[in-house]
Design a protein around this ligand. Structure first.
Ligand SMILES: NC(=O)c1ccc[n+]([C@@H]2O[C@H](COP(=O)([O-])OP(=O)(O)OC[C@H]3O[C@@H](n4cnc5c(N)ncnc54)[C@H](OP(=O)(O)O)[C@@H]3O)[C@@H](O)[C@H]2O)c1
Length: 231
């Protein structure tokens, strides 16, 4: 990350996942990165979106390591042990929608609430992994109601936070980022192992795309190759 200051500080949420783990690996190998803190449900400072107080506590514990120059939120769910993405309206239930929104929208929003104020004011990037299927303009296939809607709502939270942050943190860039199809537990039931790229390749591409963003780009929705996506 050439655009970040020498010795930059990074946080990676969802470090136990395929893309979160790949981000951590790449940042640990980056000589310009002074410190990367992996955060997940199993890490010493634990972050579980079902525990809002714990998230606030994690922010308090990490405050003395601020300011942060790079915050990557690589959490998300398309399915769980109990949930499969919906194919039709008849599959919808409040419980399912709530569970998926909790992971894909509410959790990252709370991360932004507690951690965005700790971004470096001069040059920093906060990227949240979204998905192209969260694009309303690009939706031609339908299905996956909760996942699509939760990512569209996430994009709105990122955009809104970017407008607010511009006043206090003019050098911060907030972005909703589509990783492309990547081999992971999330994509596996949907042929992810056949059609997905390796998580490290996706992480390289995404870090490259983020490196090229300026504060004028804050609030954007972009793909791993830097291409802007329709809302
Ligand atoms: N893979 C793809 O093809 C693809 C395509 C488009 C978008 N994306 C997006 O990329 C992101 C990362 O996906 P991935 O492929 O790396 O999936 P993954 O390997 O399944 O990782 C998902 C991550 O989300 C975390 N998580 C799930 N529920 C959580 C909760 N309640 N609280 C806190 N963390 C929770 C998991 O934590 P644990 O490690 O603790 O389980 C894990 O770190 C997601 O936002 C996904 O929507 C992926």
């Amino acid at each position: 990350m050439q655009s970040l200051p020498e010795g930059f500080h990074a946080l990676v949420f969802g470090a136990g996942g395929a893309l979160g783990g790949a981000f951590v690996e790449r940042l640990q190998a980056d000589p310009r990165c002074g410190r990367v803190v992996p955060l997940g449900r199993q890490t010493a400072i634990a972050v579980d979106y079902d525990d809002e107080a714990g998230l606030a506590q994690a922010a308090t514990q990490l405050r003395d390591q601020a300011p942060f120059h790079l915050i990557l939120v690589a959490t998300g769910a398309l399915h769980t042990a109990a949930i499969q993405p919906e194919k039709r309206l008849a599959d919808l239930s409040v419980d399912t929608m709530e569970a998926i929104f909790r992971i894909n929208t509410f959790g990252p929003a709370m991360v932004m609430r507690h951690f965005a104020p700790m971004l470096d004011r001069h040059r920093s990037v906060l990227a949240v992994l979204s998905a192209k299927v969260g694009s309303i303009g690009d939706n031609r296939l339908g299905g996956w109601y909760s996942y699509r809607a939760s990512k569209a709502a996430l994009n709105m939270v990122v955009r809104t936070a970017a407008i607010e942050m511009r006043r206090t943190h003019p050098g911060a860039v907030l972005a909703a980022l589509h990783p492309g199809t990547v081999t992971s537990a999330l994509s596996r039931p949907f042929r992810g192992d056949e059609i997905g790229r390796a998580p490290l390749d996706a992480a390289d591409a995404m870090l490259g795309a983020l490196d090229g963003l300026t504060s004028d780009d804050s609030g954007c929705f972009l793909a791993y190759d830097g291409q802007r996506l329709p809302w």
